[in-house]
Every structure is written in structure tokens, then in C-alpha cells.
Design a protein. Structure first.
Length: 472
């Protein structure tokens, strides 16, 4: 079930995006003070920051594919704690990591990857950043340069103010302004050089990780070559290049080393190829225009991914009935694929047929018991179907989902609905409080928790949890 969510990233990294270019500067202290503030904004924007909104995609099929591609690479890198892998709702080719160890991949990166090896190479590069602690060091470098830049600009402003007050020649003020501009340029160039060295280090780490994982490094070379060849023509590459500076010698160095790998000619597995094809089909069907779907997957293409994409596009375009007619045939061709059953259940549920949605979703959960997103949708269909048996089963499924995603707003919201349907109002209030807390709305969370303490048995685990929320 592909859903879009607006979330707040705790440590989003945006590289050099937002760099400030000044064509003309009025050589007056007031203007320079404004410029100093602008420079400070640049450094803070370039740093990982709290509170940055990111639109993300939650989909079990896409997330599972990326996790499966990343798993052997993480093991090869010696990273014990599996990072959270987040799919970003952005058509541009880009990927980045954050200080808290999460990996963000734009959906455009998946669409533009010509094969699984290319997508794995992008992941290996980002894992190289994680293993090398590059983001924390980049923050330190930015902070040092920001401080030095601020001092240089303050000195320049002081010199200009002194010159202005003493009636010195205009050349003195212009020299001070030139000093400030030169200082800024040197600082940015120094930071760019440092970033370039970190990218080269991540490339080297990616090559080591791929070899240790028994994966071909050909995808890394392919990706860098495509980006280099299209860095001017393709806007899709611009975002990646802003955060991943690229040079011809960097590509040559990577290719020279990569060709020495014993896995250079190793091809992708058929399972990986099919997983990427199906993920691309789903993304295209849900997020691209109908004309794009028709161009990429014309009716003459009878492959499973093509029919998958066309069914999704038809459903998205209002052709729910025709999509429902296609899905059973697709499921019959891939009976062990849980994601097609999930999609079929989603369509039935959203078309107002929750009772019929239960069977395919139950089977999808059986086929993929670790896929939280499928289990949540199953719980939602059970709630929609109603009846005490279905509601109790929904509580069971959603509580299990909450174990893996304790701060998922949707889980707690659905739990609140299920408990309310069962007449368990104290539990409903507590679940609503959990949902509010998960979206950082603590005033609402405390109000609902206070209500829950008045409805729940005093001293019980739920009553104690409500009091925990009250104390936060």
C-alpha cells in the first residue's frame, strides 16, 4: 500500500543545496550585516538540522526491496544496527544519510537505476558514509568554517565602519569588502574540497563493501558515468551532484579499481531484477502521469510489471472496476507475491468493500509476516468490516505492528478506532494519546492521557502508561 506522509526529519542532510551567490553587494555596513546573516543561514541550511519537513513514501514492497539490497552491504561494512531506510517522495536522483544512521533514497533514484547493481552501488556509497562517520565530521568542518567566516566578516565590517567614521578614502571600504568576499570564497572552496575528499572516501568504501559482499561494482561505475555525462542536461542529476561532487578523475579512479574486482562481470540475480522491475512499475503507476505510464508500459507490453503498472494507473485514474478485474489474474501468475494481494486488498477496501478485502490481506500477512505496512492495512480492513471478532483481531494485529513501529501515528489511530468500536473507551483514549504523542502534539496527548486515567483501572499497565504521557 503506497502512502505519502509528511514527516519531520530529525537530522536531514542537504549538502550544498541553498548555496548563496551574490552578484552585487552594496558596500555599506548595514548591507554587510544583512549579508553576514545570509551566510549564517547558508551554513545552517547546509548542516543537518532538526525540524526539516520531508515527504516520504511508505510502501512494503519498495521498502522490502531496498532493505534486501542493503542487508548484505551493511553486514560487509560491519554495521550491526540496521539503519532505517526511508523512501523520499522526490523524482530527482539522490540519496543521503543522516547522523542518526538513517538512509534516505529518493524514489527517482529507484526509477533511474538501470539495474539492481546500480541501486546497490548507491546504497554502498551511502553505507560508506555511515561506516566512515563522514556526516559527523562534515558537521564539525562546517561549524569551524562558519565560525571563521563570521569572524572574518566581522573584522571586515569593523574596518569598513572605522574607515567610514574617519572619512577614509572609498578604496579602504572597498578593500575591506573585497576581504570579506575573498574570505567567503575561500571558506566555500575549502568546504567543497573537503566534501570532495569525503565523496572519494565513500567511493573507496563502497568498492570495498561491494567486494566483501560478493557484489559487482559495475553499477557504481555505471551510475557515476551516467551522472557525469548528464550533469548539465539532466535536472534529475543536479540534486545528487550538489551533495555528491563529481569529477572525471574520480570516475576514472573508481573504474580502474572496480575492474580489478573478481565480481566485475557478475550479473544480477533474476530475483533482484524482478524485484526492481516490480518496484519501478508500482512507483510509475502510482506517481507518474498516465501518459508516462502509457509510454513506459504500452499495451503491447504484456509482462507482469507492465500489467501491474497499468492496473495501478487505471485504479488511480478512477478505473477501480477494471483494476479489480485484472488483479486476480496477476495474483494467479505470482501466487507467492504478498504485495499483489496487498494491493488487491487495498483496492477492495478503498472501494468500500472491506469484508472482501480481509481474505487477500490475511494471506498477504501470512506470506510476509514481517511487513508491518501490510499488517496495518489488514487491521484497517478488519475495523472497516466491523463486528467484535474482527475488531478484536484488528487489535491483535495492530498491537503486533506497534512493536516494530511504536511511534507510527496510523497504528495508534486505528487502535483507538478499534477500541472505541469494542466499547473500551479508556484504551481508545490512551491509543489516541499515543497517536498525538507520536506526531509531537503533546498538549493534545496529555489531555487524552488525562482522560484515559479517568477511564482505565487504576494501577494497571495502561493507566501507568497514560501517566507516563502526562509526565512528559
Amino acid at each position: 500500500m503506497l502512502i505519502l506522509i509528511k514527516m519531520v526529519a530529525q537530522n536531514s542532510f542537504f549538502g550544498f543545496e541553498g548555496i548563496i551567490t551574490v552578484q552585487k553587494l552594496l558596500f555599506q555596513p548595514k548591507a554587510l550585516l544583512t549579508y553576514l546573516v545570509a551566510i549564517a543561514v547558508f551554513f545552517s541550511a547546509a548542516m543537518p538540522s532538526h525540524g526539516q519537513q520531508v515527504s516520504i513514501i511508505r510502501d512494503a514492497e519498495i521498502e522490502s526491496m531496498v532493505r534486501n539490497f542493503a542487508a548484505p552491504l551493511l553486514r560487509a561494512a560491519g554495521i550491526q544496527r540496521a539503519p532505517r531506510i526511508v523512501i523520499v517522495n522526490d523524482r530527482r536522483f539522490n540519496a543521503f544519510v543522516t547522523e542518526d544512521g538513517n538512509i534516505y533514497v529518493n524514489y527517482g533514484t529507484i526509477l533511474e537505476s538501470p539495474n539492481p547493481a546500480a541501486l546497490k552501488a548507491v546504497l554502498a556509497h551511502e553505507i560508506g558514509h555511515l561506516a566512515g562517520g563522514h556526516i559527523a565530521r562534515l558537521r564539525e568542518q562546517m561549524e569551524v568554517r562558519a565560525q571563521a567566516q563570521a569572524i572574518s566578516m566581522l573584522l571586515g565590517i569593523g574596518a569598513m565602519a572605522a574607515a567610514s567614521g574617519s572619512g577614509a578614502a572609498p578604496e579602504v571600504s572597498q578593500a575591506a569588502a573585497a576581504f570579506i568576499m575573498a574570505s567567503q570564497s575561500a571558506s566555500l572552496n575549502s568546504l567543497a574540497a573537503y566534501r570532495q575528499s569525503e565523496e572519494s572516501a565513500a567511493d573507496a568504501a563502497a568498492l570495498r563493501i561491494l567486494q566483501q559482499a560478493g557484489q559487482s561494482p559495475r553499477g557504481l561505475v555505471e551510475t557515476l558515468r551516467i551522472l557525469l555525462e548528464n550533469q548539465v542536461q539532466r535536472s534529475g542529476a543536479a540534486a545528487y551532484l550538489q551533495t555528491h561532487p563529481l569529477a572525471q578523475d574520480r570516475l576514472q579512479q573508481v573504474e580502474q579499481t572496480a575492474r580489478q574486482s573478481p565480481y566485475w562481470n557478475q550479473g544480477d540475480s533474476s530475483a533482484d531484477i524482478r524485484a526492481l522491475e516490480m518496484a519501478k512499475a508500482k512507483i510509475t503507476g502510482f506517481l507518474e502521469s498516465s501518459s508516462t505510464v502509457a509510454n513506459v508500459y504500452p499495451n503491447s507490453n504484456s509482462s507482469l510489471p507492465a500489467r501491474y503498472a497499468r492496473a495501478i494507473a487505471a485504479y488511480r485514474g478512477g478505473g477501480g472496476v477494471s483494476a479489480l478485474q485484472v488483479m486476480p489474474n496477476l495474483i494467479a501468475e505470482a501466487p507467492s507475491n504478498p504485495y499483489m494481494r496487498e494491493l488487491y486488498g487495498q483496492m477492495l477496501y478503498e472501494l468500500g468493500r472491506p469484508v472482501e478485502a480481509i481474505a487477500p490481506l490475511r494471506r498477504a500477512v501470512e506470506l510476509a509476516p514481517d511487513e508491518t505496512q501490510i499488517r496495518i492495512l489488514y487491521g484497517q480492513a478488519l475495523i472497516g468490516a466491523g463486528g467484535s471478532a474482527n475488531l478484536n483481531e484488528a487489535v491483535l494485529q495492530l498491537r503486533r505492528s506497534a512493536v516494530s513501529e511504536p511511534r507510527n501515528v496510523r497504528i495508534h489511530t486505528l487502535l483507538s478506532q478499534a477500541f472505541a468500536g469494542l466499547g473500551m473507551m479508556g484504551h481508545a483514549s490512551l491509543s489516541a494519546a499515543e497517536a498525538a504523542a507520536a506526531r509531537n502534539d503533546m498538549p493534545t496527548a496529555r489531555g487524552l492521557a488525562r482522560q484515559a486515567t479517568q477511564q482505565l483501572p487504576q494501577g494497571g499497565p495502561e493507566w501507568l502508561r497514560a501517566n507516563d504521557i502526562l509526565s512528559n
